[in-house]
Ligand binder design. Sequence first.
Ligand code: ATP
Ligand code: MG
Length: 467
Amino acid sequence: MSESIKVRLLVVDDEQSIRKLCMTIGNSLGYVCSEAESAETAVARIEQDAPDLILTDLKLPTQSGVELLRQAKATFPRAEVAIMTGHGSIESAVDAMKLGAYDYIEKPFRVEKMRLLLQRMAEKVRLVTENEFLRERVSAEDNLDGIIGSAANIQDVLRMVSRLKDTRTPVLVSGESGTGKELVARAIHFRGAMAQTPFVAVDCGSLVPTLMESELFGYEKGAFTGAMKSKTGLFQAANGGTIFLDEIGELPLEMQAKLLRVLQEREVRPVGSNESHTVDVRVIAATNRDLEAAYRDGTFRKDLYFRLNVVTVHLPSLRERRSDIPVLVHHFLNRYAPGTNLSVTPAAMKSLLQYEWPGNVRELENCIARAVTLGDRQIIDVGDLPPAIRSESDASAPAMVDGSSLSTTALAEMERMTILKVFEQANGDKALAGRMLGISRATLYRKLKRYNISIRAGAQSTQTVSH
Ligand SMILES: Nc1ncnc2c1ncn2[C@@H]1O[C@H](COP(=O)(O)OP(=O)(O)OP(=O)(O)O)[C@@H](O)[C@H]1O
Ligand SMILES: [Mg+2]
């Protein structure tokens, strides 16, 4: 709940003086207050005003406060209800607590005590709302892209994504095949304020050259044989949103010139038409080729290169961020074998960590999907990995950057460090850390125990407890 959204308080009592007093206290706290003298009026008010806090007398003319509590909780579970009791009715108040009342307060009460009660209730409502919001946000982000990784170079990429998400700046995403270029392009669009606008992905590499222009810019009826009716192009379809030009390096020179014109003039002219249409489109292009080398050798237009490449987001290869491999493995295990407790043996993990991954994250994903399908569903061992990955770990050539081969202890240490780092980023929030690591709560607890990591929720630092 943000500062600008006011807490709404409903006071229910048949005694006017009590209502007035409670409303005065509520007003002094900046709440929006309303009142009801009976349970019936209160129910109507609840439906109309959707109060966050309800303060009700236990004894009301026709219906008891406990009954009102029951009804309020049924229609409006998020509202917090406190009961005001007279002398000798503590027992009913305790019953009310069992039914979900927040607290009870005895009449007559001191103003300060009522103030505190209302403040505590409002704080609880705020926390619950905020948590729900966070949970929804995290799961929305997970569903949209789920870019996993805590290595410094991928964190740089994530920072760039947040900086670019609300801009209209053209972006060039570069990186080897399978490093997550499309994932990043989608994240820039869908994490931003313009997420509701269209996102149109075009694979320039797979467009048939003769149809490219009509696909991108549309065509008029009769523009060519077979054009029975006119068709809107992909640029117009992306109007107001983002067009993702994947494999931009594959675009023939002739199309490059046409694309450049569209970007400069911000309008498209469908094939066979005399009319141009204005388009407002943010362009995100991706390439696994070295476009700079391409414009030097004349296969890519330099002017187009500079227009597209206002900002570059470069994706590191997987071998440049090996510390993320365990997290990614868990992430894909959760995706391909959800609900199982499939584990990877240290020897298999060692192979996965040492392999060169020319196909990057996509290759790792395929490898896990394959192991899940072929394996015995209990553990993934070296034998469940493709031969290329297995043999690399058998070879004596160590693949680690620092030249040392990985022992099982080093592996465990790497996993421990990853967990510690993620916890620091999650500020001690276990649920969030679990999601960042892509592992279940149960697995997370097991690992925390195994590595003797103790977490204090909300703590700035995470520490390892030694025996
Ligand atoms: N950081 C990441 N976290 C989780 N999954 C990832 C990550 N990076 C890539 N992937 C997954 O790997 C696969 C390949 O990603 P993507 O298609 O975005 O790569 P690409 O760079 O566009 O590849 P290509 O150049 O082959 O088109 C996808 O299934 C994607 O979900
Ligand atoms: Mg791609």
